[in-house]
Design a protein. Structure first.
Length: 184
């Protein structure tokens, strides 16, 4: 199934070349456009099944699924449906109106949460979400990402005390696509 995901990422044209500024602020000559992939129900099913299977292999015990807005929300939703576990959405910033929540969904002290993300570079966005969940009493038992760009996310996430599980490394994508790191 991992090979199927890699092929989908390549065949859907999710690897783009040019000049890009990433969420981390870093500049890059390639971009992994997972957002275009996660509008595909087949891809979402594969991602959810891969995360569920990997979490089971690792014996991760969790009772809720979370994702930071925006790219992780479809992934978290698909995983929630696949596992029949409640969904949490971590906002980029606290709502200025209504309830003023930073987390949508019911998070309680002691909840064991599996956090998902679409792509990581340095891990800043998902670390922020994990810290917010922790501040609300949740125990983040693992962070899964669809593609890790291998630019420090693993080290930064683990330095914060979280466990990190990428489904696909960018080096695996490039190898499967026949792209050398020098071309990127």
């Amino acid at each position: 199934m991992k090979d199927e995901l890699i092929n989908l990422i390549i065949n859907e044209g999710c690897i783009k070349f040019g000049h890009f500024v990433l969420t981390s602020g870093k500049e890059s000559n390639y971009y992994i456009d997972i957002k275009s992939l996660i509008t595909n129900p087949k891809a979402l099913r594969i991602i959810a099944k891969l995360i569920k299977e990997k979490a089971e292999e690792l014996n991760l015990n969790y009772d809720k699924i979370a994702g930071p807005e925006l790219g992780a929300v479809p992934i978290a939703t698909a995983l929630s449906l696949e596992t029949n576990k409640p969904l949490l959405i971590v906002r980029k910033k606290k709502k200025e109106h209504g309830t003023g929540k930073v987390i949508e969904g019911n998070v309680q002290k002691g909840d064991k949460v599996l956090l998902v993300e679409d792509v990581t570079t340095t891990g800043g966005s998902v670390i922020r979400a994990a810290k917010i969940l922790r501040e609300h009493g949740a125990d983040v038992v693992g962070i899964f990402v669809v593609v890790d760009r291998e630019e420090g996310a693993k080290e930064n996430i683990e330095k914060e005390g979280f466990k990190f599980y990428p489904l696909v490394l960018v080096s695996e994508l490039f190898k499967a696509a026949g792209i050398s790191k020098d071309q990127s």
